[in-house]
Design a protein around this ligand. Structure first.
Ligand code: IPM
Ligand code: MG
Length: 369
């Protein structure tokens, strides 16, 4: 028996706690099969942390995350904490804060289509053939972290032509931030189909022109064996639904990656299928790309698969348990091939006795393991 792998669990809000239970269930099963012990340390993040401490990212949570070998985050946010008041805490500040504090600059979102789910996608099956892409989203820079604020009493800014308020956010990228995310993308491409689409808005934004320059510099100096294609973000949004199979690795900035990954998730049938790994220099964090789905929270119907696919990424990137990760991926594939569906990935053809809830889905995966 090796030392326990310490996992910091951040169940968060909404459906977060429900899908976390399934992740632990599956991790325990994988541990037993591989003679590995996973130990868990639960901490508060998001709305639940605001309620308990007033802060969306309490110091104790950061300490727990730093002390762990990996962090598994479920989801944060909900209508209870929605506010436009800049002086009130928001759950999202907890998520952005922990990404920044742990230096998690690279967010990997694999868009992998399980054959059994072709019918669940909003696209026609013929458009989905060959879809297998990796979105590499820069996660600690760009407009998410640039200077922002409100200016009061600005002449001419008011709705009536008088003085009023003005608000701004700033898209900023430094060369080093672009360089390091480009390397992650090119390295990933070399293990895949050797192609990178770099997505920007270089026809308008200065930050995108620097992005393009730096990506090409890194490419020409270190990765000329990898095919590099520049694409404007509006075009990418269209190409994702026109011909998604053209993409192997897509590298892009924080906000474009946020938007395009939600769009790309529908290729897989549901936002409930998209996992993510956030990597930096220290402890990595794993989280589904979906939100806390407050509309279905507590009902036991949420799809836990993006969470379980995030566990798969954790096994690979943090624990080098590639065999166990493959087994988990196959188990999920088999459960889907047998026709089991949570309601987000069900279609008209799904028989009522194959429609399952969150915990049954977790049990089915454990049985397959
Ligand atoms: C995501 C989410 C977050 C983001 C929100 C919840 C702050 O949409 O991980 O994609 O915008 O990064
Ligand atoms: Mg998002």
């Amino acid at each position: 028996m090796t030392n326990p792998r310490r996992i910091c669990l951040l169940p968060g809000d909404g459906i977060g706690p429900e899908i976390t239970v399934e992740a632990v269930k599956v991790l325990d099963a994988i541990g037993a099969l591989n003679d590995v012990t996973f130990s868990y340390d639960e901490a508060l993040l998001g709305g639940i942390a605001i309620d308990a401490t007033g802060s969306p990212l309490p110091d104790a949570t950061l300490d727990a995350a730093r002390a762990a070998d990996a962090v598994l985050l479920a989801a944060i946010g909900g209508p209870k904490w929605d506010t436009t008041d800049p002086d009130k805490p928001r759950p999202e500040q907890g998520l952005l804060g922990i990404r920044k504090a742990l230096g998690l600059f690279a967010n990997l979102r694999p868009v992998k289509l399980f054959p059994a789910l072709v019918g669940a996608s909003s696209l026609k099956p013929e458009h989905l053939e060959g879809v297998d892409m990796l979105i590499v989203r820069e996660l600690t820079g760009g407009i998410y972290f640039g200077e922002r604020g409100r200016e009061r009493d600005v002449p001419g800014a008011g709705a009536d032509g008088g003085s009023g308020m003005r608000a701004y956010d700033t898209e900023v990228y430094a060369e080093y931030e672009i360089e390091r995310i480009a390397r992650i993308a090119f390295d990933a491409a070399r293990t895949r189909r050797n192609k990178v689409h770099s997505v920007d808005k270089a026809n308008v934004l200065e930050s995108s022109r620097l992005w393009r320059e730096v990506v090409h510099r890194v490419h020409d100096a270190e990765y000329s064996d990898v095919e590099l294609v520049d694409q404007l973000v509006d075009n990418s949004a269209m190409q994702l639904v026109r011909w998604p199979a053209q993409f192997d690795v897509m590298v892009t900035g924080n906000i474009f990656g946020d938007i395009l990954s939600d769009e790309a998730s529908m290729l897989t049938g549901s936002l409930g299928m998209l996992a993510s790994a956030s990597l930096g220099d220290g402890t990595a964090l794993y989280e589904p790309s979906h939100g806390s789905a407050p509309d279905i929270a507590g009902q036991g119907v949420a799809n836990p698969l993006a969470m379980l696919l995030s566990v798969e990424l954790m096994l690979r990137h943090s624990f080098e348990m590639h065999g166990a990760a493959d087994t988990l991926s196959t188990a999920i594939e088999n459960v889907l091939a047998e026709g089991w569906r949570t309601r987000d990935i069900a279609d008209e053809g799904t028989p009522a006795d194959r429609l399952v809830g969150t915990s049954e889905m977790g049990d089915l995966v454990v049985t397959q393991l």
